[in-house]
Design a protein around this ligand. Structure first.
Ligand SMILES: *[C@@H]1O[C@H](CO)[C@@H](O)[C@H](O)[C@H]1NC(C)=O
Length: 362
């Protein structure tokens, strides 16, 4: 065997060992991802979908917090790593080693982003008419005759990130299963919007935080920007059919899937569509500080039983905080305090690398 062949075989073995989708090597206790072929977390024994080497490699770790920090509480686990385990006294013994104050670290970041979100709308820019509370969102009924937005100062669209985000809103076909075509003009609009977001304090801080955690590339303007463009704007299929969706479209605009509105978590889109007479606000399901609204509405022929949105936050703030949660806690709740109130953000991963959804829990 020549040296080159030997090297080739060695690296091939390495690649196979690294990427075997049927093994738990390096995967013990990683969060559940539906696209994995088999699973390696504590739940797999219950659902009978563990990888073959799960017992051998991972069972010793069910009493450990490795890869389990901030998980959702599950009473079937022998010990816990969720944010409340300290209070309840049921943390795994190594909790302090592996979950050092994730909650506090995220809280510090979230407050920094929140209080330095200089482009956030104020109570003078926008006022709301919340009207009637909807106790059961499964009942679809318009119990609020007036618009949600009572006043909206359109000078907000003089702020570049608002203006450039609005420019992107008409780039998509909202029906999943219908292929999107992407024009050069649309790509340019995304580029201009991202250029603007990249210059914001909030995105720079989000990047700093993620670099410290080893979750993104330290190179801000090239590698991280490309990462943002991929997770938010690269088109993918949501319907196992044509390329019909992107994270941005789902979260900030909205889609129609199975005869219902899907996504649609952006307050600016809501305002514009309500003004155009295409959105009909039904009422609120919950209202939480800071700036969090759960609501039901009708959009151009279809209902959204319940959605949740951040109101008044700038586009760059939402992109930054959702990106942080998606990178650190994909497919999980990302929990912290912001402006003195507990906040939970849920993100979902789609097709292995894209943002499927991201929203504040109302
Ligand atoms: C809208 O905002 C602009 C810029 O802050 C301000 O000059 C203007 O007075 C506001 N208009 C109203 C009606 O509040």
């Amino acid at each position: 065997m020549t040296k080159v062949t030997a090297l080739f075989l060695l690296s091939l073995t390495y690649v196979i060992a690294q990427e075997d989708p049927l093994s738990c090597v390096d995967r013990c206790n990683i969060p559940y991802n539906p696209s994995d072929l088999c699973h390696c977390n504590t739940q797999c024994t219950i659902y009978s979908n563990c990888c073959a080497d799960y017992d051998e490699l991972c069972t010793g770790l069910t009493s450990s917090c490795i890869n389990r920090c901030s998980e959702n509480f599950d009473r079937r686990n022998e010990c816990h790593c969720d944010d409340l385990c300290k209070d309840k006294g049921n943390c795994c013994p190594d909790f302090d080693d592996f979950c050092p104050n994730v909650y506090e670290q995220l809280t510090e970041l979230a407050n920094d982003l929140y209080y330095n979100d200089i482009n956030a709308a104020t109570q003078y820019d926008v006022t709301y008419d919340y009207q009637t509370h909807i106790p059961d969102h499964n009942v679809i009924e318009d119990v609020s005759p007036d618009n949600l937005f009572k006043f909206f100062n359109e000078s907000l669209f003089d702020i570049p990130s608002y203006k450039y985000m609005r420019d992107i809103f008409d780039n998509y076909i909202r029906y999943t299963g219908t292929p999107e075509d992407v024009t050069q003009e649309e790509l340019d609009e995304v580029k201009i919007f991202l250029d603007e977001v990249m210059e914001s304090y909030v995105m720079k801080k989000a990047h700093e935080y993620l670099v410290e955690k080893g979750l993104v590339d330290p190179d801000y303007y090239v590698a991280f920007r490309q990462d943002l463009e991929t997770i938010w704007f690269e088109m993918y299929t949501r319907s196992s059919g044509p390329i019909d969706s992107s994270g941005f479209e789902h979260v900030f605009i909205g889609e129609i899937k199975n005869n219902a509105v899907s996504g649609f978590h952006g307050w600016l889109m809501f305002y514009l569509e309500e003004k155009a007479g295409l959105v009909n606000y039904h009422g609120f399901t919950s209202m939480k500080e800071p700036d969090t609204l759960g609501l039901q509405f009708h959009w151009d022929g279809y209902n959204k039983k319940i959605s949740s949105i951040f109101t008044n936050r700038s586009p760059e703030f939402e992109l930054a905080i959702f990106t942080v949660c998606f990178k650190q806690f994909p497919n999980q709740l990302c929990k912290f305090d912001m402006a003195g109130f507990p906040v939970s953000i849920q993100t979902w991963k789609q097709n292995d690398k894209y943002i499927g959804s991201a929203y504040v829990v109302a």
